[in-house]
Design a protein. Structure first.
Length: 324
């Protein structure tokens, strides 16, 4: 049985079947698929560990727009007539597209037309975190690839670096996530990097008067201005979001938040809300094992956002294009 499907009376006549994600979805149709993905990730992420952060970010950005359906990977769609998500400003700094394309080609060579690009992203994101010493979690599969990708959707749905807690909460609620998920998923910033342009307003012109953001630690802000983001319009320099620990999946990101050293306004926002601040302190007071468990649960929730299953969407032959 390829997947777990719920078939509803008259819908069978129309050929419409709704399937649920399930562990081992490809166990008969492509039994080697998950091992192929895992082996390639294990082989290459250790050489370029920064790709782990890139892949988890890709997964995040994909799921928040039209669900986890690989719409982020599309170069063009026949129906949109617009720029796709990949070219939108929030996604222009995402890396790893070639990595996913390579995984797709390996899986296609084994089982043509069986494994979706959406499942490949989800599995690769999990496997890459495991390689760098982070938590693992079960990834039920059976996602299908979307047919639509519109750049504008990214601006209204993906949480942005400058969002306040109210906007962040609403964007997550819209996807079935809550404030606890927000805090836990933000923990991935422990391995991330950011372009200066994502937070330079906090250093140079926060309120329009050439000032710094008073909620950002002054010493840290001055250090960033003098050593990293030395000009207001720097769009190329990268800064570790968790300096000194950016290659380790730990909880030091949360320690930095309490020291007012979170790079983004969205990071700082987590300390200004009683509920999110409570979760931060709870994570720091608990064990690393407990944090890993919480992170795994939130990643599983995120990986189920608006998934397409059954007869919805398609299984793309090439992740960058819908099937002709």
């Amino acid at each position: 049985m390829k997947g777990v499907c719920l078939i509803f009376g008259v819908l069978v006549i129309l050929g419409s079947v709704r399937c649920e994600l399930t562990t081992g979805f490809y166990s008969h149709s492509c039994p080697k698929a998950e091992k192929i993905i895992q082996d390639y990730v294990n082989q290459h992420i250790l050489k370029v560990p920064s790709l782990a952060a890139a892949l988890i970010r890709m997964h995040f950005h994909d799921c928040f727009v039209r669900g986890c359906d690989a719409s982020l990977l599309l170069n063009v769609t026949p129906t949109s007539g617009n720029q796709t998500e990949k070219g939108a400003i929030p996604n222009q700094t995402i890396l790893g597209f070639d990595f996913i394309d390579k995984l797709k080609s390996l899986v296609e060579a084994e089982c043509p037309g069986v494994v979706s690009c959406a499942d490949i992203i989800t599995l690769a994101a999990r496997d890459s975190i495991v390689v760098i010493g982070g938590p693992s979690w079960k990834v039920p599969t059976g996602r299908r690839d979307g047919l639509i990708s519109i750049a504008f959707d990214t601006f209204t749905q993906i949480p942005a670096p400058f969002d306040n807690i109210t906007i962040l909460q609403q964007k997550l609620v819209n996807k079935g996530l809550d404030l606890k998920d927000l805090v836990v998923l933000s923990g991935v910033h422990t391995i991330g990097v950011a372009h200066c342009s994502s937070f330079s307003n906090r250093l140079y012109n926060f309120s329009g008067r050439g000032d710094q953001d008073p909620t950002l630690d002054g010493e840290y802000a001055n250090n960033l201005r003098s050593r990293k983001c030395t000009t207001p319009n720097d769009s190329t320099t990268l800064v570790e979001m968790d300096p000194g620990s950016s290659k380790t999946f730990d909880r030091s990101y949360y320690t930095l938040l309490l020291k007012r050293r979170g790079l983004f306004q969205s990071d700082s926002a987590l300390t200004k809300n009683a509920t999110t601040l409570k979760y931060i302190n709870k994570i720091l007071k608990g064990s690393l094992k407990k944090f890993y468990k919480q992170f795994a649960l939130s990643m599983q929730k995120m990986g189920r956002i608006d998934v397409k299953t059954g007869s919805a969407g398609e299984i793309r032959r090439n992740c960058a294009f819908v099937n002709s």
